[in-house]
Design a protein around this ligand. Sequence first.
Ligand code: HEM
Length: 546
Amino acid sequence: MATACRHISEQNQNWLGKVLGRVKSPSMLHDEFTVVAGGITLIMLARYLLLVGPMGTLLMTTSLLLSVQWLLRPRNFPPGPWGLPVLGNLHQIAVDPMKSLTEFGKKYGDVYSIRIGMDNVVILCGWDAFKEAIVNKADEFRMRPSHLYIYKEYADSKGIGFVNDATTHRLNRKFVLKTLKEFGLGKQTLEEDIAQEARYLCHQIYKHDGKPIGKMGSMLTRSSAGIILRLVFGKHYEWEDPEFKLFVGNITRGFELMTMYGAIFNVYPWLRYIPYVKSLGQAVMDNMSDFKKLILDKIEQHRSSRVPGKPRDLVDAFFDELEDNSGVNDFSHLLPMVADLLTAGMETTATTLHWTALYMALYPDVQRKVQDELEAAVGKGKAPTLADVSKLPFTEATIKEIQRICNVAPLAVPRMTTTDVELRGYHIPKGTQVCMNLYTVHMDPKYFSEPEVFNPNRFLGDDGKVQKMEAFAPFSAGRRVCIGEQMARNELLIFFTTMMTHFTFKLPEGAPTPDLSKGKLGITLSPPDFEVLAVRRTSGDIIENI
Ligand code: HEM
């Protein structure tokens, strides 16, 4: 070691002498001096590293990186736990993100920050902080971090979910809401589509003949996929249709891949250059490009078969609006828009219904009360329509309570600040990622007494009618509130009531009671693995021969 140091020292002196010998003019002196000073520092550093060994080097590098991290932290930024260099706080939230993100909130306050990789991320907990930011400062918290690697590859800032330009976002949302209205919401057609899918689902459940249903989740996924596909492409698919299978298979796989690998490539995009690891990112990309190809084929089929002015579905309506310049003005938004609707519209609704089956099996009294209410409102064996909703307050309250306590989208979809913004006295710079912890909103004891207790009655007023609860936000709020909220509410009501009309859900004899707090967090929060059986309540043809 000593020899090595001496050697460096000699080299150093030679090099120094050479540099000093080259100084020619006062103007050069300053630059050269900087170079010399930098050189000396480096040499001292190298000497130090040799002296302290690998452990010391590691310690020194870590403290250096931590100091840089500290220096890069914005002034008066929301507080939060110290993170490690490169990882940030990932190691603390990886195992149980919901639990850790909620615990941090208790320690650092409702507006705090963590580091994910090298990025500062602000976390909002509880209804008050959520409202102050997402509702009261809607414009400031409007954007998405669409520049992140996977999001960029997926949407390239187009469509709805990841478009950031305010005018385009407004235009595209307006188009979708208008089309949803024209082709579905409030119209008999979509309601009849949903009712037909619900009956078909019950037919599939009926085929299990009261035996445990292992794949309830994937049956529900196919049901909700049928509805959104019909709205977008105007086609009713049978579950066995090869094209239908391709869409559902691809989207389901896409969710799995995104959960397993996608998020990490968003944080460390350079992983795509690392041998072995890059194949995982490639799997995400391959799935995405298959998905885009499936959609593109459908768009091209529509282009060649459409009759202008006579739209059959959302894709036709997009072409019409593009041609008559009445709204959407850029064809390149169509594919990502369709992708957003299919991905956002399928899994969320299906997962909520999946939780519903589990809760009914675990809370037989609530199930019985729902069934009694249905029978009293529309008669035995008859599934209600949307027009019957006002006669079904307890049923509606039960769906809401399941949405509240299950938190299918517990972290919503990340946002990003449009401008520098002050929140609760903290300074959040423009371009900061923001994560909304909807779980803490729905578990906020200030707004929901005994929040961990499943109690549909909390949504009923003294008059027995469903009451609006301010802090109930499963579809989020603000400028990017879920565009499919009304459609999803209709689906949930019709599917749930049709299932409750025909079946009673139970856990199989001797089956372990699933732990409701052990949901599986991916892009959505799904129930823990469970088997349920459906005991037939009705007889007759309605669900037997479809
Ligand atoms: C129970 C079912 C559903 C739940 C719980 C749900 C929840 C959410 C949440 C929490 C967001 C994030 C909003 C934000 O950033 O603040 C969102 C966005 C979105 N949802 Fe839903 N959703 C559901 C069903 C649907 C359906 C059926 C569709 C399609 C028709 C849909 C389409 C979308 C789209 C396109 C966005 C992005 C909106 C934007 O960025 O402007 N969702 N949803």
